[in-house]
Write a protein that binds this ligand. Sequence first.
Ligand code: NBP
Length: 489
Amino acid sequence: MDKLADIGVIGLAVMGENLILNMESKGFRVACHNRTVDKVDAFLAGRGQGKNLIGCRTLEELVASLERPRRIMFMVRAGAAVDQLIDALEPMLEPGDILVDGGNSSYLDTTRRCTDLAAKGLLYVGAGVSGGEEGALLGPSIMPGGNAQAWPALKPIFQAIAAKVADGTPCCDWVGPDGSGHFVKMVHNGIEYGDMQLICEAYHLLSQGLGMSADQIQPIFAAWNTRELDSYLIEITADILGHVDPESGTPTVDLILDTAGQKGTGKWTSQVGLDLGVAIPQIAEAVFARFLSAIKDERVAAGPYLSGPGKAASQGSDGDMSAVVDQLEKAVYAAKICSYAQGFQLLRAASMEYGWNLNFGEIALLWREGCIIRARFLGTIKEAYDADPDLANLVLAPYFREVLAGAQAAWRTVLKTAVDLGVPAPVMAASLCYYDGYRCERLPANLLQAQRDYFGAHTYERVDKPRGEFFHTNWTGTGGETASSTYNV
Ligand code: NBP
């Protein structure tokens, strides 16, 4: 019989195919299967031709073609498809066999599957994969978590195919138990939403606010990509702005309809922020901005009825454009720092809630290369967490504190400019509000507590009494002295 395969991959769509070719190029023999079996034949006759692959027309064939313990990776649509595959495979597997879900599954689903399968002796891993099509082929960032007993068998394959940082360290390491790998991937995607929207707001300010054309804005992003903002998303933005539609000669970006799509991972991140009680306003605003973009017809209809700051303001700045561009670069960097700080606060909260013991410096390293949010400054984030793993918030790390202090004037000016010009910048605004809120010793929540107590007898703590003592005031003189213990708003 032919040599058995090192790993099996189910799902021959864009991610699965490219991951398989990546694994094969690193010397692994890969068994491949897809629900629509024609795609197996097509793959082996096409991109997979002549490669060290085994095409499997059934799940039985796939299971029979694997070395033990069997390693099977799903690259299929998240949700029901994963449960169906688990149900179908389970009777064919033996204790110690490993199932890996490489899709964008909900971390709660992954936790459930880990627990269910552990009871049956099967090792389950949820491994977030980022980098898109090209990353999957050439080196993605991989975030595996779940049953740690599976890691020694997966590590040689996953670390071989992952992206590497400059010193050769792979952007793949064990994240933690349960659905922690998928949680980290989810937060990655949430941060990605924030980064993308922030870049779009900078572009909007330059284009609509200051009246610059795509080819005038292109070199600005290209220059930013050589400094602190050096990142994949800034790089592709410069590429996109330089692209010209061959038919019309118009910048392609100007021809694209302004309605954003989404697959839901930003929404999940925002929902989890709400569930865990963590302020991640930039990620949430990025999701809301996509919603607002999606109601194009409503916006077009509303425009004539809702006045803006007037033509004079929207015609652009008479002042020094290069000064505005410099300020914008600082503002974008400051906002980006706050966005990542929020993402890491969410990871911290989940780590505490679920007892995952996440290593934030290592997570920053996983994102340093290969993934969509890869950026030079993730190296600096790693250094900050390595220097102080208990850092209460990234914005408190000495380097970031200094950058924020240095950027502050520009950050505020840019937002004032956006407001004056009537250009919406919700993520940028949320970043500064987060910064100002986080550093504010006394927020107006004293008044808020008074309001809650006034209408619902919710009680409040006092600045002149120890924490944990609760008081109620009969505000109107007609209310009672009874405090509410059940009604919360
Ligand atoms: P898709 O998310 O488009 O999924 C298509 C694959 O899922 C096909 O192989 C399809 O088989 C299979 N599938 C479906 Br749909 N239902 C199935 C079922 N009930 N049983 C078995 N197989 C089923 O593919 P993708 O874009 O390559 O993404 C794969 C995973 O990786 C997803 O979870 C995605 O969220 C995640 N991801 C994608 C990207 C990206 O850039 N695309 C990046 C990072 C992560 P069929 O051919 O028979 O329909």
